[in-house]
Design a protein around this ligand. Structure first.
Ligand code: ZN
Length: 479
């Protein structure tokens, strides 16, 4: 191990040694987050927020491109409104934070700080949907929500987090189904093509679905330590909420009908996925398409005449084609290398007196550490290609890892052995009974992640009870 590597070992815990500590170290050292004053809250720092903003901007563009409008609904929900849909309130009750006072005065009715906003949108839709001409309603909002979590970790589980929540109302069940599918595909597109994280698309079991939903679709990703992370969900509500909130419209024949609704959300949790899928023992690795800085110029021997001028000149030229920055501070180049590796900047560009003489630069890619010399005249062609190669490599590495960490189990001995010794996704058949799903969780701590969109069959019988199997399920320990 070289001198350079040694410095990193001192800085962050190796992931093989203690994955949870490695995660905490990366979050801190890469300057993504700091803990807030109230337990479980987080301060997202400039670099962390810049990454989130790039994710957010891409997703916002996709949400608008699929016909949705952004809105902003209140942070507060009256208690009586939250209680209108029975399953929904039961699902969220343990995590709701309540406002009981306004100034010194006790409120007549408690007010919930939104844990999610279904009921607010339902109340609005009940008042604003009258005719089939009012449909569909395709709304989305960016905001923060509060869920009073018992155990918290930055990005993965926090008492307050940022997200978008889409809420739509449609004339028919079929229209709502199409919307549910469409938005899951938008999430899969974002996560695979911008965050370079392969996902499994599927449906949640009834046990794992959203409180109040007819069904929930999900994208599931596998983290480096073999645990799964639910990365985005899209819910079909049928007419359940519409019936509870009396959201009706007159159809073309003048007959009163219930609306059919969906909701879908993706949150700052995805930052946790990004860290745990691509990160390594040198720190964070940010996929190029969402990296706030795609290339960082580090001048070498910058005190020598002409070096800084050339470096700034290079930056101005590259600014036209990539998100580039320069570190011309008087810190040592070695310190800068460490710093930008820790922050996961996709490419480092080194330029010293010798390079200037030879009319070249050195490109060092963050994902593999490989170096290449590139002529200045070819750099504007080479750099975008290299960023593309890095994206592809990150995606393919994550996919290979997921494939290696996906195991078929046909009985509980195989299931338990895989969970204990290897982790990852387990593909196993299920009879559809809640009892088996609960027993698997109790015996192995693995939960059903999703029923994938495929007809694949790995055996004829349920992995747990041995009765006839209905569906293939992906199981895993999960965040
Ligand atoms: Zn069974």
């Amino acid at each position: 191990m070289g001198k350079k590597n040694k410095q990193f070992v001192e800085k962050i815990t190796a992931m093989e040694e203690d994955f949870a500590q490695w995660y905490t170290d990366v979050v801190k050292q890469a300057e993504l987050v700091e803990y807030g004053q109230v337990r479980g809250t987080m301060i997202i720092k400039p670099y962390g927020y810049a990454i989130w903003e790039n994710i957010k901007d891409e997703l916002d563009r996709m949400i608008k491109a699929t016909g949705h409008s952004n809105v902003a609904f209140p942070l507060f929900i009256p208690e009586s409104l939250l209680q209108k849909e029975k399953d929904h309130v039961e699902g969220f009750a343990p995590e709701v934070a309540w406002v009981t006072h306004g100034g010194d005065e006790e409120l007549v009715e408690k007010i919930a700080v939104r844990p999610t906003s279904e009921v607010l949108f339902c109340d609005y839709y009940a008042k604003n949907i009258h005719s089939y001409r009012d449909l569909p309603k395709l709304y989305n909002q960016w905001g923060n929500v509060v869920r009073w979590e018992k155990t918290t970790r930055p990005f993965l589980r926090s008492s307050e987090f940022h997200w978008q929540e889409g809420h739509t109302a449609h004339a028919t069940d079929e229209d709502a189904s199409k919307e549910t599918d469409r938005m899951l595909e938008v999430y899969a597109d974002l996560v695979e093509n911008y965050l370079a994280i392969p996902v499994i698309r599927g449906r949640k079991t009834d046990k794992e679905k959203f409180a109040g939903a007819k069904y929930t679709l999900t994208i599931e990703a596998l983290m480096h330590d073999g645990k799964a992370l639910q990365s985005g969900t899209s819910h079909h509500f049928g007419s359940g909420f519409a019936e509870a909130f009396n959201i009706t419209y007159l159809d073309e024949n003048g007959k009163s009908q219930f609306a059919h609704q969906t909701s879908w959300g993706l949150s700052t949790r995805i930052m946790g996925a990004l860290i745990m899928v691509h990160g390594d023992n040198r720190g964070l690795v940010v996929p190029p398409r969402i990296a706030p800085t795609q290339a960082m110029i580090v001048p070498i021997a910058q005190h020598k005449e002409g070096v800084l001028d050339k470096a700034y000149e290079l930056r101005d030229k590259l600014k036209e084609i990539v998100r580039v920055d320069i570190d011309a501070s008087d810190k040592m180049p070695g310190w800068k290398f460490n710093e930008y590796e820790m922050k996961g900047i996709p490419v480092r560009i080194e330029m010293g007196p010798k390079d200037i003489e030879n009319e070249q630069v050195v490109l060092v890619r963050r994902d593999t550490g490989e170096k290449e010399f590139v002529a200045l005249s070819e750099l504007t062609d080479r750099l975008p290609l290299l960023l593309e190669e890095i994206h592809q490599n990150l995606y393919q590495s994550a996919l290979s890892h997921r494939n290696e960490m996906t195991t078929v189990a046909t009985n509980m001995d195989e299931f338990k052995q895989t969970i204990d010794e290897k982790g990852g996704f387990i593909k196993a058949m299920w009879c559809g009974d809640l009892a088996c799903e609960e027993k698997i969780k109790e015996d192995t701590t693995a939960t059903s992640r999703c029923i994938p969109n495929s007809d694949e069959k790995v055996s004829d019988t349920c992995v747990c009870c041995g009765k006839e199997a209905k569906e293939l399920v992906f199981w895993a320990k999960a965040y």
